[in-house]
Design a protein around this ligand. Structure first.
Ligand SMILES: C[S@@+](CC[C@H](N)C(=O)[O-])C[C@H]1O[C@@H](n2cnc3c(N)ncnc32)[C@H](O)[C@@H]1O
Length: 274
């Protein structure tokens, strides 16, 4: 049997249409270790001009109840942007609580990301989202096909002289596209809390092994920014799914399920749209 197409919008639209009830991947929305990671990341955001009211970008929110929990961390619900490419999930969330921002957006679409950046007014040159919350969305996106992009890519290093390179179309790994798009939307020092079922989800940012590089040398040369310049993995911890649900004492012979919570920090390497 073919694996579900977690990277495809049609898969998620069908799933949310069949079952619009709240559903949380990996850990429940009230998981204390995940919520305290959010709290501690927010307390370290000091670089942004809006440090006392950082904006939170909740990517691939789906029908997770976490969207509503996030309100406990902000002064104003308008600091929260719940994003998903399934309009069914977004409309369901918005109809429950319109006090936050809800946006149907494909995180891999160049045009949608450029338009979104323009639509959110940030104060100061270093403005941007202070915190990205990603509960198993990078997992889904890692299953998507490579994204066909025009290189040199329109989102490019701010400091680089514009060279007259010839334009090519090339397929780029979806996680590399996601990390560049997230860099474009965030301020230096911003955090990306990424919860994954995989212990190697972020190896593309840390590994010295050439085989782990998701962006090959030719793609970099053709004008795509290396994700390793944009994000540093500053923490990696195992998070137990079973403990979180409080079921540890009730179920005897059940395997311990661990997920990995990565904290990524946005470097000072600036990217702009050319
Ligand atoms: C595994 S689910 C996680 C949902 C939610 N974060 C949770 O914890 O329950 C992945 C989510 O990512 C969304 N998604 C996948 N690819 C996307 C893309 N390219 N742009 C925006 N959302 C995407 C899906 O619609 C789905 O809601």
């Amino acid at each position: 049997m073919a694996a579900p197409s977690f990277g495809e919008k049609s898969y998620w639209d069908t799933r949310f249409t069949k079952n619009p009830s709240p559903f949380d991947w990996l850990v429940p929305a009230g998981a204390t270790s995940f919520l305290s990671a959010i709290q501690s990341s927010l307390s370290t955001i000091t670089t942004s001009s809006s440090a006392d009211s950082p904006r939170i970008l909740h990517i691939g929110c789906g029908t997770s109840s976490l969207s509503f929990q996030l309100k406990n961390f902000v002064k104003d619900p308008k600091q929260i942007y719940n994003i998903d490419f399934s309009s069914i999930a977004i409309e369901a969330g918005e109809s429950k609580d319109g006090s936050m921002n809800w946006k149907t957006l494909d995180l891999l679409s160049t045009k949608q990301i450029l338009d979104f950046r323009k639509s959110v007014i940030f104060e100061g040159a270093e403005g941007g989202f202070g915190l990205i919350i990603d509960k198993s969305t990078a997992d889904a996106i890692a299953c998507a096909e490579d994204v066909d992009l025009q290189l040199p890519y329109v989102i490019a290093p701010a400091a680089e002289a514009v060279e007259a390179k010839s334009q090519v179309t090339a397929g780029v790994h979806p996680l590399a596209v996601l990390s560049l798009h997230m860099a474009y939307l965030t301020a230096p020092g911003a955090k990306w809390l990424l919860l994954s079922y995989s212990t190697s989800r972020c190896s593309f940012l840390t590994s010295q092994d050439r085989d782990d590089r998701i962006v090959k040398e030719d793609i970099l040369e053709q004008g795509f920014t290396d994700p390793r310049l944009l994000w540093k993995v500053i923490n990696e911890e195992a998070l137990s799914a079973r403990e979180e649900t409080g079921e540890a004492n009730r179920v005897v012979a059940r395997p311990v399920v661990k997920h990995t919570l990565y904290t990524l920090e946005r470097t000072a390497f600036q990217v702009i749209a050319r």
